[in-house]
Design a protein around this ligand. Structure first.
Ligand code: PLP
Length: 455
């Protein structure tokens, strides 16, 4: 049962995968991953592949950490499960809540645990609305998000998200959620400096709040750097202006840090880097480096005080809220991040080095623009380079150049994700300078192969 063909056959017969065209999958067969160590993966055919995506933006500490499996094993033997409903708790969940409060910005003193990032965002929708009910302003129920945002796949997550393909499936979403444009300079910034565009893009929030009536708006949600949307790095003027607008109307500011949290941008939380003070933060992924599922919401004092002092029961929670094994994994993961100073390394050393080396790819004939922020980066594939990024001639969307390029990335032993014709990475935070050189070399080789095919 362990040979590749058998696994592929059973996979396509029985396993419905997320975001997958199953006819195409059945034709080609899935790639079967069997092992991970450091920044590398091995598939069932023995291919060694550099994981430029940290799994799904999550394996921040790299693969194969035996101290993680030891921590999980010990906790499974001690207490594999107990719930945190009905006035009960468990030691790892309490220790983790206290540690998260230490590593997060000062306005956070409370944590609500979930099993995933989607559940964290569902929790936020209910918590934000509950907050305004308790403030005797129940009409404040509208949450403003952004087009092309990804906030998860539950019904509330998909509704908060601004992905047209998701909204087109599965019927009506959650009412009271609206979307404004994303701060993508390449898409909307022609004729403006980046700073001017940042202010203009934040201004869309002000406009929409005025259209909706400020007294109807509960919150604004966004990722500090949009990940799944294609690593959209906002101009540095954008987030401070968003904060100013939220403050002006008294609406809650929510940061979805499911990707950006736990060092991804070279700060513990992306909000700190962007200079904002959110009221709520959604987290998941990097909290356990994906070794065990866990998510949650950091609840700032403004909301926590109202919930705890006025709220009585908050009728919300999951069987796995504060799961002791997941919390034990998170405690060990955060210990590693701290002891190895992985966040500091990305901020001061490997992040700037990646910026320099990855940025140099913009000289390649196929690359119109390349940028990074900490350990997320993206480059745009273009048909013909122009004098400025706005003069580049892009491929026809139907050409599927991004997918062709992604195939050559695999062939050159590197995993890079394609979002349309933008190729993106989010490598493990443990990646060294030598490994960055290796990764960029593989990307360059794959770009050469792609260019050769297109000629
Ligand atoms: N929010 C963001 C920004 C994400 O990138 C993701 C997943 O990629 C989610 C939420 C959903 O998290 P999960 O897949 O754990 O439900």
């Amino acid at each position: 049962m362990t040979d590749t063909r058998t696994i592929q056959r059973l996979d396509s017969a029985h396993f419905l995968h997320p975001f997958t065209d199953h006819k195409a999958l059945a034709e080609h067969g899935a790639r079967v991953m069997v092992k991970g160590e450091g920044i590398y993966l091995w598939d069932s055919e023995g291919n060694k592949i550099l994981d430029g995506m940290s799994g799904l933006w999550c394996v921040n500490i790299g693969y194969g950490r035996t101290s993680m499996s030891d921590a999980v094993y010990r906790q499974m033997q001690q207490l594999p499960f107990y719930n945190s409903f009905f006035n009960t708790t468990n030691v790892p969940a309490v220790q983790l809540a206290a540690l998260l409060v230490q590593v997060s910005p000062p306005q956070f003193n409370h944590v609500f645990f979930t099993g995933s990032g989607s559940e964290a965002n569902d929790t936020i929708v209910r918590m934000v609305r509950r907050y305004w009910e308790l403030q005797a302003q129940p009409e404040r129920h509208i949450i403003i998000s952004r087009k092309n945002a990804y906030h998860g796949s539950t019904i509330a997550g998909a509704s908060l998200g601004g992905m047209a393909g998701m909204h087109a499936q599965g019927g009506p979403g959650v009412p009271g959620i609206v979307h404004i444009g994303q701060p993508s300079y390449l898409e909307g910034g022609a004729g403006m400096s980046e700073d001017e565009f940042g202010i203009a893009a934040a201004g869309w929030l002000d406009e929409r709040i005025r259209e909706l009536g400020p007294d109807n708006v509960a919150a604004f949600i966004g990722e500090p750097v949009q990940g799944a949307g294609g690593v959209i790095i906002p101009p540095k003027t954008y987030w401070p202006e968003i904060q100013r607008i939220c403050d002006k109307y008294g609406i809650l500011l929510v940061a979805d840090e499911v990707i950006c949290g736990f060092g991804r941008l070279g700060s513990w939380f992306g909000s700190e880097l962007m200079g904002i003070k959110p009221d709520l933060i959604a987290f998941a992924k990097g909290v356990t480096s994906g070794y065990i599922p866990l998510g949650g919401v950091l609840v700032g004092d403004r909301v926590a005080t109202v919930l705890t002092e006025k709220g009585g029961d908050f009728n919300h929670g999951f069987t796995y809220s504060g799961h002791p094994v997941a919390c034990a994994a998170a405690l060990e993961n955060i210990r590693i991040l701290i002891d190895e100073d992985l966040v500091g390394k990305v901020a001061r050393d490997t992040g700037p080095y990646l910026k320099e080396k990855f940025g140099a790819l913009r000289e390649h004939a196929l690359v119109g623009h390349a940028d990074s922020c900490g350990f997320v980066a993206g480059l745009n594939l273009v048909h013909t380079k122009g004098a400025t990024v706005f003069d580049n001639i892009v491929f026809d969307g139907d050409d599927g150049v991004g997918m062709i390029c992604r195939g050559y990335m695999f062939a050159n032993g590197i995993i890079m994700r394609a979002v349309g014709d933008r190729m993106i990475i989010a490598p493990p935070l443990v990646m060294t300078r030598d490994e960055i050189d290796e990764m960029v070399g593989r990307i360059r080789a794959a770009l050469d192969d792609t260019l050769a095919e297109l000629k």
